[in-house]
Design a protein around this ligand. Structure first.
Ligand code: HEM
Length: 239
């Protein structure tokens, strides 16, 4: 029988693709994120992680207790990053919706919290290093100060493997597995809600970026025509 972690990976594949395609994500992976958007993202994630981490610290749900590792906690690191940047944003409605949802789950269906632990922390463990590098590039940071959120220490591979295995090894009923799968899809949607209200860069720069991306992706365009794009429209040179 397929383990829960592998099952969640397969049922959220389409959601993951959608998340990667969001404009914010596409800008983010190119280091095209300005400080206001990054601070908004950190503020929203801080709200979500604080709530999630207060739930996991006190829950009696056996599934959560079996997979949770205190080393995964992110809220303190995010608070440190916000201090480095010297500013906080107003938490968005999307983060409030996420937190309300987590609170309801904790009260009514605590076994579904595992879906959120999987979605957030495994996602950070996989994508964190590269995203941190891109943030540092975009914001011209020379140390990890300000991107501690993405730092899990040197043995991130071991942590990732152990965390994956602990989710895969959970002994659960088929019914619970399907419910947790549905909940993981919801978790991706809630995260997309946070992404979608973010404006990664100023409107002018974003329009240039959107035009450049459309041109690069347009199948009808021949490479020779793509190369005629003015330098000023290319995402890397539009700062
Ligand atoms: C900037 C956009 C993103 C990029 C480029 C990205 C990239 C990646 C990559 C390369 C992996 C490893 C995939 C593999 O080994 O098969 C991964 C895994 C994962 N990502 Fe993302 N990701 C992004 C956004 C997200 C978001 C928004 C979430 C959810 C909040 C997320 C959650 C996950 C999860 C849960 C995994 C682990 C899948 C598994 O092996 O079970 N990712 N991501």
């Amino acid at each position: 029988m397929i383990g829960l972690c592998d099952y969640l990976k397969s049922v959220t594949r389409a959601e993951h693709k959608l998340a990667e395609k969001a404009l914010f994500a596409r800008c983010f992976v190119r280091g095209a994120v300005e400080i206001d958007a990054y601070v908004q993202l950190l503020t929203d994630l801080r709200v979500v992680y604080r709530h999630m981490e207060s739930i996991v610290a006190t829950t009696s749900d056996p599934l959560t207790r079996r997979v949770w590792m205190p080393r995964l906690a992110r809220s303190a690191a995010i608070a440190k990053d916000l201090e480095v940047h010297g500013t906080w944003a107003k938490p968005s409605d999307a983060s409030a919706i996420y937190v309300d949802h987590l609170g309801r789950l904790a009260e009514q269906q605590p076994h579904l919290i595992v879906a959120h632990i999987y979605t957030r922390y495994l996602g950070d463990l996989y994508g964190g290093r590269i995203l941190a590098k891109m943030v540092r590039r975009g914001l011209k940071l020379t140390t990890t100060d300000g991107t501690e959120f993405y730092e899990f220490g040197d043995d991130v591979m071991t942590l990732r493997t152990g965390f994956r295995a602990s989710i895969n090894e959970l002994a659960i009923s088929e019914q619970h597995k399907f419910q947790i799968g549905d909940e993981a899809i919801r978790a991706f949607a809630l995260n997309r809600g946070i992404f979608e209200q973010l404006q990664p860069v100023s409107t002018t720069r974003m329009l240039k970026f959107a035009v450049a991306t459309m041109m690069t992706n347009a199948p009808a365009l021949q490479p020779s025509r793509r190369r005629t794009l003015p330098e000023t429209i290319a995402p890397q040179t539009s700062r």
